[in-house]
Write a protein that binds this ligand. Structure first.
Ligand SMILES: *[C@@H]1O[C@H](CO)[C@@H](O)[C@H](O)[C@H]1NC(C)=O
Ligand SMILES: *[C@@H]1O[C@H](CO)[C@@H](O)[C@H](O)[C@H]1NC(C)=O
Ligand SMILES: *[C@@H]1O[C@H](CO)[C@@H](O)[C@H](O)[C@H]1NC(C)=O
Length: 271
């Protein structure tokens, strides 16, 4: 593995969950805007047959697709979630229950996401909350809930079991959490001007065979995130050169470290 520099500080409700709706959308046709230059990455290992593209939305705003998920029904974890930080407003509440995506089991389904109640018909195609409960692992969000603190709905749609993977508690709660907060603050400090767009893709590297004890859900070896401040649409001409990007990866282990990459090195590594 090509190693970058050890980093720390880089550069610098309960609402009605039955109203969440998402959409299995081949090649992300309805949520390409979640990707830098509207272009989903097709990296090696991310396009296996078992990957399903999901555009996450909500019934109260059917035209608003919140984020994109590339989900692997065989490993029962996402490869990645792609999202933007739309706003630094706060006020939305954390959502505590978990949602499932019925379309993974039933392609013809056109309703909302459903509350997890361990329904057998969804068991084959995705992880259920009961898998996580006894697993000893955290439900590690790829798209973090607190990045969408502007509304309850924006937070709720991240609480889908299609947006999480088994994460070692110590890794999730310490260094990864710190990284998520640092990156959020970095965007707030240096990519918070009119016309800026704040893109993220957060994913995992599935392990070759480690699963949670019941054997149903892959425990990934790594979590990674790639981010970019796209300033090309800045309203003020002087801000157009203010864009930047970076990528990070950390082992899904106790006492983990985070390594930083340029996007170019990261793509070479992934490819
Ligand atoms: C964003 O940065 C501003 C200016 O430093 C700060 O006042 C505000 O609290 C930050 N917002 C969040 C959500 O962290
Ligand atoms: C990680 O640390 C926890 C808490 O100390 C421990 O229970 C667990 O076995 C450790 N896991 C590994 C893989 O070392
Ligand atoms: C992390 O490493 C420290 C120092 O070696 C050790 O005391 C601590 O138990 C480790 N934490 C976990 C969760 O394994």
């Amino acid at each position: 593995m090509k190693i970058g520099i050890f980093i720390f500080y880089l550069l610098i409700f309960m609402q009605n969950s039955l109203t969440v709706q998402s959409e299995v959308s081949k090649d992300f046709v309805n949520c390409k805007h979640c990707f830098f230059q509207n272009t989903p990455p097709y990296l090696n290992g991310l396009t296996e047959q078992n990957s399903v593209q999901i555009c996450q939305r909500h019934r109260s705003m059917l035209n608003r697709y919140f984020f994109a998920i590339n989900y692997n029904s065989l490993h029962r974890i996402p490869y990645y979630s792609a999202y933007l930080i739309d706003s630094f407003d706060t006020g939305g509440k954390r959502h505590d229950s978990w949602l499932l995506e019925p379309q993974l089991a039933d392609k013809g389904y056109s309703g909302n996401l459903v509350n997890d109640n361990n329904q057998p018909k969804y068991r084959d195609s995705q992880a259920l909350d009961e898998d996580y409960k006894a697993s000893g692992y955290d439900r590690g969000h790829l798209n973090p809930s607190f990045y969408h603190s502007e509304t309850n709905v924006a937070r709720m749609v991240t609480n889908s079991l299609t947006n999480v993977a088994p994460q070692v508690g110590d890794f999730n709660q310490r260094i990864w959490n710190k990284l998520e907060r640092s990156l959020y603050n970095a965007m707030n400090d240096s990519c918070n001007f009119a016309g800026a767009k704040r893109y993220f893709i957060t994913g995992v590297v599935p392990s070759s065979g480690t699963t949670i004890p019941n054997g149903r859900v892959n425990v990934p070896d790594y979590f990674w995130t790639a981010m970019c401040c796209d300033s090309s649409g800045a309203n003020e001409p002087s801000k157009k050169m203010m864009g930047w990007s970076a990528a990070f990866i950390g082992g899904n282990i106790n006492n983990s470290s985070i390594y930083v990459y340029t996007i170019e090195d990261f793509l070479n590594y992934s490819g």
